[in-house]
Design a protein around this ligand. Structure first.
Ligand code: ADP
Ligand code: MG
Ligand code: MG
Length: 246
């Protein structure tokens, strides 16, 4: 059973359909790429999943159970987290403060003191195999580690499904490699990742499956090991690759 199913999702803005009966399903422990040209509907589908928009019709199921996601809090309650492209961290605070302090108010556990935060963070980072320390100041870390701190923060909020939108766009090659080995660890721990990118090389390296949208329609879901670049490009542009250049 998939951890996430989006079924027959439709959405129109001002009478213009941007998603037309789109299906999307993610398994536990997989990295699933969402692909499609500009305007295909990827961001809109993810905004529906995170409660930014409400679908006109269709269902969202988590572990087979229908859920209502009307805002981001409800997405988080359903173990869905967006890893924002613009990092939401406070650079002058430590990793631990970023992961715990800024949110404890909301959860009404009461504020934890720095020591508690650092202990909890140390345990979390150790579990995740992330090579940073709880008292590292975020602005002194490379941008790749900012992202890992973001991911650790999401996981501390019990996220099981992470949405990553162009996660490597501001990373160097080395930082990308570090992120990918981290993603592989997350996979092995059973987390699911929705990976939005235009970088085919990266998708074939890190993703298990690809779902392709075109003009707001679901086209296909392919297993990366059973498909190739040409086929994927054909699905994205919607015609024979050679014809596209005639
Ligand atoms: P992608 O992320 O695949 O590039 P989007 O989901 O951003 O595609 O956009 C799909 C279509 O929906 C585009 O034609 C876009 O202009 C339109 N769209 C997205 N959000 C809105 C909105 N809030 N109001 C009107 N049109 C929108
Ligand atoms: Mg776009
Ligand atoms: Mg987009």
């Amino acid at each position: 059973q998939p951890i996430l199913e989006m079924k027959k999702i439709s959405k129109a803005f001002n009478g213009i359909t941007v998603l037309d009966n789109v299906d999307f399903s993610v398994k536990k422990g997989e990295v699933h790429a969402l692909m499609g040209g500009n305007g295909a509907g990827k961001s809109t589908l993810m905004k529906i999943l995170t409660g930014v928009y409400t679908a006109d019709s269709g269902d969202i199921l988590i572990e087979g159970k229908p859920v209502n996601i009307r805002n981001y809090e409800e997405a988080q309650q359903n173990n869905i987290s967006m890893i924002f492209q613009e990092f939401s961290l406070i650079p002058t605070l430590t990793v631990a403060q970023n992961i715990y302090l800024t949110r404890e108010k909301k959860t009404s556990i009461g504020l934890l003191d720095d020591q508690d935060c650092e202990k909890k963070t140390e345990k979390l980072l150790e579990e995740l195999g992330v090579d940073i320390k709880p008292d590292d100041i975020v602005q002194n870390l490379g941008v790749g580690y900012w992202q890992m701190t973001e991911i650790a923060k999401a996981l501390s909020q019990k996220a099981k499904i992470l949405i990553m939108d162009e996660p490597t766009s501001s990373l160097t090659k080395t930082e990308t490699e570090v992120l990918f080995s981290f993603i592989n660890k997350l996979k092995a721990k059973g987390y699911s990742i929705i990976y939005i990118s235009h970088r085919m090389d990266e998708i074939f390296e890190i993703c298990d499956r690809i779902t392709i949208l075109r003009d707001g329609r679901y086209i296909t879901t392919e297993t990366c090991s059973d498909t190739d670049l040409d086929k994927v490009i054909q699905h994205i542009v919607g015609m024979e690759f050679d014809q596209a250049f005639e």
